[in-house]
Design a protein around this ligand. Sequence first.
Ligand SMILES: C[S@@+](CC[C@H](N)C(=O)[O-])C[C@H]1O[C@@H](n2cnc3c(N)ncnc32)[C@H](O)[C@@H]1O
Length: 273
Amino acid sequence: MDLDYPVLTDELFKKFALMLFELSGIKLQDHKKYLLIHRLSKYVGPTKPFHSFEQYYHALLDDKSGKLTTDFLNVLTTNFTFFFREPLHFDFLREYLGKASQTEPYIRIWSAACSSGEEPYSMAIAITQAVPDYKNYDIKVLASDISRKMLNAAETGVYHYTKVRGHLDDSLLRNYFDFDRETNAFTVKQFLRELIAYRYINLLEPYPFHKAFDLVFLRNVLIYFDNKEKEYIINKILSYIKPGGYLILGLSESLVGIDHKLKINRNSIYQKV
Ligand SMILES: C[S@@+](CC[C@H](N)C(=O)[O-])C[C@H]1O[C@@H](n2cnc3c(N)ncnc32)[C@H](O)[C@@H]1O
């Protein structure tokens, strides 16, 4: 641990973790304390706007303009993701795939802010589970992000065991990954990679699609946009969803204040009507 970092007590860490949870739904486990210190060191330190975590925490509590809170969220949630985040969304995906593979000529799923790839790989695993003959079927995942660094990490598909711990059980790890004892890292197997195409896409810019999507996962990215941008993105994405298809947001996100033609199904799952 860098000795230049100010001290963060366990008690104050818990308060930051609770604040983050209330704002974003993200649960920071105890072993993420150093990650939090490292990320917040952008704002806290001898030469930074706040000299102690205590001072920073109180400034966040008093933040009338919302600017400090937005920066706090940005710095902690930027690329945060993990395998099978919100399992009920993947249950829904499996259920959809089981039915749609009987009726739809093709299936396309989009992970619209894929970060380091855990979301699209979880989708690909769900495909192999729900559509046993997926190799003979026209089915694909598109994974996109604005960060080339993240896209690169996603495409590389190598995850240190600390990234999979608690999210993937042994049988999933055995079936879908190769393990390297020297680096303690899991590499995604080729057959899973073949289900995914990667692409740089800024959600605010034009999209390059020819085929409509069955499901779009637009999770934990709306935080970056104001209401006008959200409305623009949601309605643009909607025009690329099949009639009756679905848009899935993060569990702590909503479309309140946004003009749209979607029917809320349940659990941040919206259907195009
Ligand atoms: C917190 S991650 C979400 C990862 C995943 N969807 C999940 O829910 O676990 C947010 C991602 O949004 C991406 N992002 C931010 N602004 C974007 C934009 N304008 N267009 C596309 N992606 C964007 C970031 O690069 C980051 O990887």
